[in-house]
Design a protein around this ligand. Structure first.
Ligand code: URA
Length: 232
């Protein structure tokens, strides 16, 4: 049960004071009757807003094909962000819709977005070792001995004292590879290749755990069931 003004504001319909006006104007019903009071408590299933059920009252989990050029940060000074792709109402939700881990501005591919913080914590925790698969092109031919080096669990990134966890590298061309990581350190893929003397030219995330982009084109998303990962 949630207060009606809080329900509308948290789902991004309007501010709390606007919600009070919407309720006074009879735009909100509970069990088919105009709400009596903005402090009235109701379950989302009982509520209609302008005749419609509330928009995703239990939360959002989205699989986005992140285009190049957008950041995952909410900080306006960091430039245009992935949330700008979402409907305005979702951008105003509280809790905020945020990314599960981050992809760089210059990385495209599979990015999960949610307003469920337990999911963010669970899926970004190194403890849970969710495999993430990237495809990278680089500026020079990759030697075959990079495969055992990345798999060895001994690769040290510049400025770090703990080596990277074993990672699976598959060379798909002289300058192209797939890399599967179970961690998510800052700029990890770029820094792993840099440790081997190569600069990443393009980077795309193809998979996150069992999830793939399928038919989604850059900028498109699809919804996943909130219990997809079995976290509540
Ligand atoms: N590693 C990177 O270097 N960048 C990303 O966006 C993701 C992983």
């Amino acid at each position: 049960m949630r207060r009606l003004d809080q329900l509308l504001a948290n789902l991004g319909y309007c501010s709390r004071s606007e919600a009070r006006a919407w309720i006074a104007d009879g735009r909100v019903t509970v069990d088919g009757e105009p709400a009596e009071d903005f402090g009235q408590k109701a379950r989302p299933a009982q509520v209609r807003i302008d005749g419609e059920p509330p928009d995703h009252p239990e939360g959002l989990l989205l699989l986005l094909h992140k285009p190049l050029g957008l950041v995952c940060s909410h900080e306006a000074r960091e430039g245009p962000n992935v949330y700008s792709l979402l409907p305005e109402r979702w951008r105003r939700r509280n809790p905020t819709v945020t990314s599960i881990g981050r992809l760089d501005k210059d990385t495209s591919g599979l990015l999960l977005l949610t307003d469920q913080s337990p999911l963010v914590h669970r899926l970004t925790s190194p403890k849970h070792k969710v495999p993430k698969r990237y495809r990278a092109t680089v500026d020079r031919d990759l030697p075959a001995d990079l495969v055992p080096l990345f798999a060895s669990g001994t690769l040290l990134l510049d400025g770090e004292k703990d080596p990277c966890a074993p990672a699976e590298l598959r060379l798909v061309g002289p300058r192209e590879a797939e890399l599967t990581l179970t961690e998510g350190r800052y700029h990890q893929v770029r820094r792993m290749f840099a440790a081997a003397g190569a600069t990443v030219l393009t980077l795309h995330r193809e998979r996150f755990g069992s999830l793939a982009l399928g038919d989604l084109t850059a900028g498109q998303w699809r919804e996943l069931p909130l219990d997809f990962f079995g976290v509540t």
